[in-house]
Design a protein around this ligand. Structure first.
Ligand code: NDP
Ligand code: KAL
Length: 259
C-alpha cells in the first residue's frame, strides 16, 4: 500500500548505521515522500548518517546534533529546526542507552548512577523532546510522536534489567504525554519491536537464543525487520491512525500474546 506524506516533515532521532531501527523508519518515510531531519548524538556518527541520507530520494534532508543528555543541545537542535523548517509533523524517537555491565546478571546489581543514566537517556529524553515541541510550537497543525520500546518493559526478560525499568517509565510517559499533547492534536504512541540485530543489541545478552525462541514460539514463527517497524511508524505518522494515541503497538510477529 502506498501512503503519501509528501507535504510533511519528520524528525528521526537515533540513526547509528544502516541496521538501526531509525533507519528503517527513515526509509519508510522516504518511500512515502516525506522530508526528514536526522539527529545524532556523537560527532563520529554524523558522517555515517550523511552517507545514508544521500541514498534517499529526497535530498532536502537536514542533519543536526542532539545528544539528549544535554538540555542545551535539545533546545539548540529544535530551535534550529524551527528557524530552518518552521513546523514539523512528527518525531521518531529511537534512542536508548544503559551501561553494558548493568545489562546482565542480577537486576539488584544496578547502581544509582546506572539507574539514572538509563532513565535519563532512554525515558526522560522523550518528555524533554515533547516539551521542546510544545514550547517552540513546532506542531501547530497537530502531529505524531513515535518511540520505540521492548517487551522487557512489560515483563521480566533476562538481562534486560535496568532497561526494562526504563522502558516501563517510557511507556508510562507515552500515556501522560498523549493526554497532555492531545489538547494540541499531537498523538504519542510507542512501537514494541521484536528483537532485531542492531548495534545496541550487539554484545548484550544471548541474542541468538532470544531470536530462536521467538521463531519457535511467535504466532508467525519468524523474526521482524527494521522496515516492518518502519511501516508501522508510517501508519502512526499518517492520518490512517488519527484516532490512536497513548497506545503501544507490538511489531513482534505476535510473540507478546504467548504465555
Ligand atoms: P541502534 O544502536 O541502531 O540505535 C540506538 C541509538 O541510540 C543510536 O543511534 C545512539 O546514537 C542513540 N543514543 C544513545 N545515547 C544517546 C544520547 N545520549 N543522545 C542521543 N542519541 C543517543 O539500536 P536500535 O535501532 O536497536 O535502537 C533504537 C531503539 O529501539 C531503542 O530505543 C531500543 O531500545 C529500541 N528497541 C530495539 C530493539 C532491538 O531488538 N534492536 C527491540 C525493541 C526496541 P549514538 O550511536 O550517536 O550514541
Ligand atoms: C533482552 C535483550 C537482550 C539484550 C539486553 C539488553 C539490551 C539493552 C538495550 C540497550 C539499548 C543496549 C545498550 O545500551 C548497549 C550499550 O551499553 C553499549 N552499546 C553502545 O554504546 C553502542 C555503540 C550504541 C550505538 O548503543 C546505544 N544504545 O547507544 C533485549 C534484546 C532481545 C532486544 C533489544 C536489543 C532491545 C533494545 O531495547 O534495544
Amino acid at each position: 500500500m502506498h501512503l503519501s506524506l509528501e507535504d510533511k516533515t519528520f524528525v528521526v532521532m537515533g540513526v547509528a548505521n544502516k541496521r538501526s531501527i531509525a533507519w528503517g523508519i527513515a526509509q519508510a518515510l522516504d518511500a512515502a515522500g516525506a522530508r526528514i531531519i536526522f539527529t545524532y548524538a556523537l560527532e563520529r556518527n554524523e558522517k555515517s548518517v550523511l552517507e545514508l541520507a544521500e541514498t534517499l530520494n529526497r535530498k532536502d534532508y537536514l542533519i543536526l546534533q542532539c545528544d539528549v543528555e544535554s538540555d542545551e543541545q535539545i533546545q539548540t537542535c529544535f530551535q534550529t529546526i524551527k528557524n530552518e523548517v518552521g513546523t514539523i509533523d512528527g518525531i521518531a524517537h529511537c534512542i536508548a542507552f544503559a551501561r553494558k555491565e548493568e545489562l546482565r546478571g542480577d537486576y539488584t546489581n544496578v547502581t544509582r548512577e546506572g539507574f539514572l543514566l538509563a532513565h535519563n537517556i532512554s525515558s526522560y529524553s522523550l518528555s524533554a523532546v515533547a516539551k521542546a515541541v510544545k514550547d517552540l510550537e513546532l506542531m501547530p497543525n497537530g502531529g505524531s510522536i513515535v518511540t520505540l520500546t521492548y517487551l522487557g518493559g512489560e515483563r521480566v526478560m533476562e538481562n534486560y534489567n535496568i532497561m526494562g525499568v526504563a522502558k516501563a517509565s517510557l511507556e508510562a510517559s507515552v500515556r501522560y504525554l498523549a493526554y497532555d499533547l492531545g489538547k494540541l492534536n499531537i498523538r504519542v504512541n510507542s512501537i514494541s519491536a521484536g528483537p532485531i540485530r542492531t548495534l545496541s543489541a550487539k554484545g548484550v545478552g544471548d541474542f541468538n537464543s532470544i531470536l530462536k525462541v521467538m521463531e519457535e514460539r511467535a504466532p508467525l514463527h519468524r523474526g521482524v525487520d527494521t522496515r516492518e517497524v518502519g511501516d508501522t511508524a508510517l501508519f502512526l505518522f499518517s492520518d490512517l491512525s488519527r484516532a490512536i494515541t497513548g497506545e503501544n503497538i507490538h511489531v513482534d510477529a505476535g510473540y507478546h500474546i504467548m504465555g
